[in-house]
Design a protein around this ligand. Structure first.
Ligand code: HMH
Length: 207
């Protein structure tokens, strides 16, 4: 953690994309309270669907952490993440009823569908564990960083610590990864950031 790892090097290299994903106008508008209600409701419905698709992805990471990781603690970290997704779904449901968003009628928009397809592709056994862990970290870290100062759901210290644990797992795996896996992991990190930007754009667009 003191020495700069490969993930931080990549984040530096793709700094403007990382900033676009974590300091998007839509998130800033949630933070300062100026958010358009219909955009917020769109985000709520779309993110609820996203999380439902994210659960099988994390379950796949959990299975791989049990089978392929050299460290027993990897599985416990991922299990903690899966458990918090259970709370997250409950949180979405209560926000949905608070704001009058009926999730049963929400249909995934294009950016959401594309993000789901990307997650499905990552569930293939062809994709290396180090690459999957990098993607997993990036997906969680974008929300942690985005909401660090505005939403306790993702801004709390426990979630911050959990993201750091996932980052440490990814870093450890990347230290022993092949040249090809490193290229793929950087590409996957960039693609997560692009999907997150598209997700915020979609939310801001409303409907
Ligand atoms: C789009 N990315 C999106 N939604 C989420 N709930 C997360 C990441 C969780 O970290």
């Amino acid at each position: 953690s003191e020495k700069k790892g490969v993930i931080d090097t990549w984040i530096d290299k793709h700094r403007s994309l990382y900033a676009a994903a974590t300091r998007h106008d839509f998130v800033v508008s949630i933070r300062d309270g100026s958010v358009d209600l219909s955009s917020f409701k769109t985000w709520l419905g779309q993110d609820y669907l996203f999380v439902r698709g994210f659960v099988p992805f994390v379950a796949n990471v959990l299975i791989r952490a049990g089978k392929e990781s050299g460290e027993t603690s990897d599985m416990e970290v991922v299990l903690g993440g899966l458990a918090s997704l259970n709370d997250e779904i409950e949180w979405f449901k209560s926000e949905g009823s608070k704001w009058g968003v009926d999730f049963s009628t929400v249909v995934a928009q294009k950016a959401n569908q594309e993000y789901s397809r990307f997650l499905e592709a990552l569930m293939s056994s062809e994709v290396e564990y180090s690459v999957v862990m990098t993607a997993f970290w990036a997906i969680e870290a974008v929300y942690q960083e985005s909401f660090a100062h505005s939403c306790n759901r993702w801004g709390n210290d426990g979630f911050r610590q959990y993201c750091l644990s996932v980052k440490n797992i990814a870093e450890r795996c990347l230290e022993n990864a092949s040249r090809e896996a490193l290229v793929e992991a950087e590409d996957v990190l960039v693609r997560v950031l692009e999907h997150e930007v598209a997700f915020w754009e979609m939310s801001r667009g409303g409907q």
